[in-house]
Design a protein around this ligand. Structure first.
Ligand SMILES: C[S@@+](CC[C@H](N)C(=O)[O-])C[C@H]1O[C@@H](n2cnc3c(N)ncnc32)[C@H](O)[C@@H]1O
Length: 214
């Protein structure tokens, strides 16, 4: 059982909603979907959790695929979506996404749960798996915003902007934090990249919101 599997099991039994997992959608993402045009409306979410974003996209006519390393989350997402969705229990750091397939790949509050070379690998994988003109929407935590948080101050410093909580449900799990130039480099292959800091919202405050296209 993964750390996140325990978090979901506990939540579904009536425990606390850790991090982003309760019901609200990130307004930046809702707006991104509403203002952009998507050629084939085929989306992949990395770290789909309980599937709330995929349910939202389904209402906009998208085919909705997802991966998550928590079996509990995958089961819940499948129950919320129709059969044509492909929801896979997989580790994003090992999963090979089919090439040139999706016209939207997105990941919210997820891909920083690992060391920086692994995070870079996922972003490169996303690029290869977008269809030409396909769009990306990703959030990554900003290092400067997070330095102010008490939880972050107590975390174990693993160097190079990577920290691991020393208590709580994510105890020991490395989290990668980024400065803006690093984010720019990570998305160097993409076109029309926009990087905005969310420093006011309630869902991913202190995260970079990154959009771009292949
Ligand atoms: C903070 S939650 C975000 C869930 C959802 N995207 C949201 O915004 O509510 C992080 C998600 O990433 C998933 N996750 C963490 N590490 C993962 C990995 N290595 N591979 C796939 N999913 C992972 C967790 O199971 C969890 O669903």
């Amino acid at each position: 059982m993964t750390i996140w599997d325990k978090i979901y099991k506990n939540y579904l039994k009536g425990g606390p909603a850790w991090a982003t997992i309760e019901g609200r959608l990130l307004p930046h993402f809702v707006n991104f979907v509403k203002v952009n045009k998507f050629a084939t409306k085929h989306a992949l979410e990395i770290g789909c959790g309980l599937g709330k974003y995929l349910v939202f996209l389904k209402e906009f006519g998208f085919r909705t695929d997802g991966i998550d390393s928590s079996q509990t989350a995958v089961k819940a997402t499948k129950a919320n979506l129709a059969n044509d969705s492909n929801i896979i229990n997989a580790n994003m750091f090992e999963y090979k996404i089919p090439r040139n397939k999706y016209d939207l790949i997105f990941s919210i509050a997820t891909i920083h749960h690992g060391l920086k070379p692994s995070v870079k690998k996922v972003i490169d994988e996303i690029y290869k798996s977008l269809a030409p003109g396909g769009k990306v929407f990703i959030t990554l935590p900003d290092i400067e915003s997070n330095r102010k948080w008490q939880t972050f101050i107590n975390d174990k410093d693993l160097g190079n902007g990577v920290f691991a909580p020393v208590r709580g449900p994510e105890n020991g799990l490395p989290h990668s934090f980024y400065a803006k130039p690093e984010v720019r480099d990570l998305f160097g292959n993409f076109k029309t990249v926009k990087i905005k800091l969310d420093n006011r919202g309630k869902i991913v405050r202190g995260h970079w919101i990154i959009t771009g296209e292949k």
